[in-house]
Design a protein around this ligand. Sequence first.
Ligand code: SF4
Length: 459
Amino acid sequence: MSITTTTTSMPFWKEYPERDSEWVRQYPTKHVPVNEEEVFARKPMGVYVHIPFCNRLCFSCPYIKHQTDRDLTRTYLDALKTEITNYAGRPYIQDHVITLGYIGGGTPTALTAPQLDDLLGHLFGSLNVEEGADFSIETTPVDITERKATVLLERGIRRISLGVQTFVPEELKNIGRPNDPEMLKESIRLLRRCGFENINIDLMHGINGQTMESWEHSLDVAIDLGVTCISFYTYMEFAQVSTKRRKLPPVPEKAVVDDMFLFAAEKLSKSGFLGYYGDCFAKPGYQPKYGETSWSEDIPIIPLGPTATGHLRDHWYFNEPDIGRYIQTVTEGRLPISMGKHITKPEAIRRSMVLGVKAGRVNRDRFRRIHGVDFMEMFRAEIDDLTEKGLITADEDGIEVTGPKGWYYLDNISKAFYSPEYRRYPQHLGADISNFISRQPIPLQITSRPRSEETGCDH
Ligand code: SF4
């Protein structure tokens, strides 16, 4: 057999007339000093812990929660500690250091002081939690005690958020809360006496019977109390169920609720608070790092507890919502990951835009560092459109949502960066979707221990 070659089949030689004599063995080619500490530095990570118990169930609450029950709570806490241990053993987690966290629910302080102490001790002792990590916790004015506040501070929790909702007695009654504003104020004084410096109050507008005057009163009381953060949420979105049944006064008209939003945004801005997420306001330096970081996707977040949401290893996911199934899965040694999505590179870019806008601003350099692309070029059409509508401002540094108009439309602005594929799907809201995942209910296996084994109860 004869083999024939022709020079026309090898155009390569014409394009590279001189062969490069440097044999490529490393990349990148520019070197700077580096040492062991840098090479083995642990990357930052966050943690979200969900406590699905409340001592008193509010009749309008849309979240999955359980009445605090001594045996169920203890069984749950055992499972939660097991989940923490299971995560702590994963090599990926060991490569990270926890720099921030959020403990929400339900009402985390529905747990007793010893239970909180035990849980936080296990959490901080099992994971690599950085000294001085930025941890927040939620509570209600009724559930917080001096003993619990002291435990939280001793364990390193620095920010506490109280669901106050309103300082007007009649409105408190209408939403089924203990209707003594003085007691609410006293809980804030208690926290301050114990040593909490960073205190957030949640307020609600759109409550049955609320007027613009009563809304202003609640805002004034909150500001006068000297808290560092004030957040406000719209009540009417999920309160309607109970209105007719309880013969409550009507909720304010939508136009009035909208005015309440704008009024609060302007009043808090003028009172020295800086806005973030549209309806959260903090005195300078007191904005929680958890929200800022988890919204802008800078670091992974471990989700702990049923319905908890996090994002690890190119996936966002949420945990099994059914508490029985959650306990069973964890006890079997598996992580209770239930549903979620692998995030491709293009979707990671969009997700950073969506969540970054939700946090109020997207920085161009930081975005380039994380994703290697210029979002100002990539989303030029969307940015031009939003700028024309007066919803954002854009400059060399990035984009910023304009307040209060843009804050009001924050979710619309975020959604401008959704992929077409996801525009018609609602997001996960912590609803119980157990029945869609499996038709087999998992009966709770709760073993009760004699009360003498409890280490104490302070509520
Ligand atoms: S305290 Fe909060 S989580 Fe618990 S029932 Fe009331 S609104 Fe829902």
